[in-house]
Design a protein around this ligand. Sequence first.
Ligand SMILES: Cc1cc2nc3c(=O)[nH]c(=O)nc-3n(C[C@H](O)[C@H](O)[C@H](O)COP(=O)(O)OP(=O)(O)OC[C@H]3O[C@@H](n4cnc5c(N)ncnc54)[C@H](O)[C@@H]3O)c2cc1C
Length: 385
Amino acid sequence: MGASSAFDVIVVGLGAMGAHAVQQLAARGKRVLGIERSSLINPDGSSHGDSRLIRLGYFEDPSYVPLLHRAYANWRALEAASREELLTITGVLQIGRPEGKIVSGVLASCKMHGLAREVLDREQMARRYPAFQLDEGEVAVLEPQGGFVRPERAILAALRLAGDAGAELHFGERVTAIEPDGQGVTVRAGDTAYRAASVIVAAGSYIAGLVPELAGIAVPIRQVVGWFGSKDPLATALGRMPVFLRDEGEEGSFFGFPHLGGDGVKIGKHAHFREPINPEVPNAPANPADKALLGEFAARRLPLLAEGAVRYSTCRYTLLPGEDFLLDLAPASNRIVIASPCSGHGFKFASVIGEILADLALEQGTDLSIGAFSFEKLMAKAAAA
Ligand SMILES: Cc1cc2nc3c(=O)[nH]c(=O)nc-3n(C[C@H](O)[C@H](O)[C@H](O)COP(=O)(O)OP(=O)(O)OC[C@H]3O[C@@H](n4cnc5c(N)ncnc54)[C@H](O)[C@@H]3O)c2cc1C
């Protein structure tokens, strides 16, 4: 690192990915600055709320499983270091037709990696998990390792540990330019300039504003979730009802959580209406079409839920081609590390992505398996799309 660099690494964005990168870097004794344009937890980011699903037998692609093993281990390590409960195991039910993408995908992933799972038919489900309504011929794969992570608590824990280890954290400061050169990087936030040996860009839905190669490729979309009361609180309680994913074929997939306290059973549809948004405009509240989508699903598939949600929340996904991740050095400079917001399924990985980003920033490489998430692969998928 050049003598003029004030920091080893600057991290832009303190959502899920940035917070865990800052924590990893500070734990390694590095001089790190984290800069967040919003408050501690941005309500117009992607990481707010009370729960995010985690599961091991990844139906999307079995190649995610080694990273997930590491993510679980890192969540437990973060819990031990912070003395916070962050990861709760409930089991996960993945429901649909046997030939559908989710059921066939999770079984293939479990088989390849030797993961525990149980296949339940409609009658077994009715006895064991009465909250769920299955059609004739549908099944549920129960993976005992599934559960949920507490996103806001995890981010606060990571940032607290980072601060305790000497990280500097700035909120309400917006990075406006990133300028690499032979000795390091200048990061500008308005009139202020900071120097570092390298920078991690973990800017979530705003990422294309700082990484021009991602303009038109990283697409922020609107996401809405709702909380429903229960006609049978015992059947939908934490401890009785696992988290779930439900394959609705061409309609897409839905996800949900048991009653975690507060407003009831949370339900969302993956990628919702795939409605692109301008990230600079605050999230619009739930409208009648959002409410109808979630309400109709609840009535059809979760008959023990009360009609009409008690509350809704709006958030955003940022989709990449193939709905994959991008974790790589920038084409323009190996002093810039890019962390994509991970296409709506990244939170469960944040504990390992923080480690990967720290490796990339300090060593320009990592032993963890991220070959599938390179710029080159992303651009090939974008060209094919
Ligand atoms: C409703 C919903 C449900 C989800 N469910 C799941 C799930 O069940 N399981 C799962 O694994 N994942 C899930 N996800 C996805 C997961 O939450 C995201 O992948 C993850 O939170 C993305 O984190 P991030 O740090 O990349 O982005 P963000 O949380 O958006 O953080 C980026 C931060 O960068 C800041 N920033 C941007 N530009 C600048 C700038 N110029 N200067 C300074 N700061 C800047 C922003 O203010 C923001 O705080 C869900 C997402 C949503 C919205």
